[in-house]
Design a binder for this molecule. Structure first.
Ligand code: HEC
Length: 154
């Protein structure tokens, strides 16, 4: 009887440990490649939003990029021996802050500059993470023909 009680409490503890290491309320863990693919989409969308002076959409996409990168930190703090968590902060904190400022100021020139430095940060991190063959650039044509990027006239 005593043994069973011990076994049950050991099980309870191991479940608690499990719960602590699995983000609350999640059963699906997105892979880093999936998070990055979503980031790629937003990286393209924010470009077209900024280019069109759609600052509301640009702000939204910037938040989405941040959320995606936060997910990378939550789910993959270390990925194949690459310290993703520390590197994301090191490479992207400044460019994201600059992009934030440019979007808030509705500054097109500042936006382009900050966008290019964010793109540079994506590539510098890929290089440092042994994925230098993944090269991000300014998008050429809008990849989504079913979404308008010009601001909505109210
Ligand atoms: C931690 C540094 C780091 C930063 C910063 C980073 N990435 Fe990545 N990225 C990676 C790693 C590591 C992989 C490889 C993931 C894998 O092997 O599944 C990757 C993969 C990718 C891929 C390939 C996904 C696929 O499956 O085809 C794309 C696209 C990508 N990143 C886009 C971006 C963009 C856009 C940015 C900037 C907004 C960015 N990344 C910033 C580390 C980074």
């Amino acid at each position: 009887m005593r043994f069973i009680a011990l076994a049950v409490s050991a099980l309870t503890i191991s479940c608690a440990v499990e719960a602590a290491t699995t983000p609350a309320g999640t059963s699906y863990t997105p892979g880093l490649g999936e998070i990055m693919s979503a980031t790629q989409m937003r990286h393209a969308k924010i470009w077209f939003a900024g280019k069109a002076g759609n600052w509301e959409l640009a702000h939204y996409e910037l938040d989405e990029i941040r959320e995606g990168l936060d997910d990378a930190v939550t789910f993959h703090p270390v990925f194949k021996n690459v310290p993703v968590s520390a590197m994301l902060d090191q490479f992207t904190a400044q460019p994201l802050a600059d992009l934030d400022a440019a979007v808030a100021a509705k500054d097109r020139t500042g936006f382009r500059k900050a966008y290019d430095s964010l793109t540079g940060a994506c590539n510098a991190c890929h290089q440092a993470a042994g994925h230098g063959f993944i090269v991000i650039k300014r998008p050429g044509a809008a990849p989504f023909s079913n979404q308008a990027f010009t601001p909505k006239t109210r």
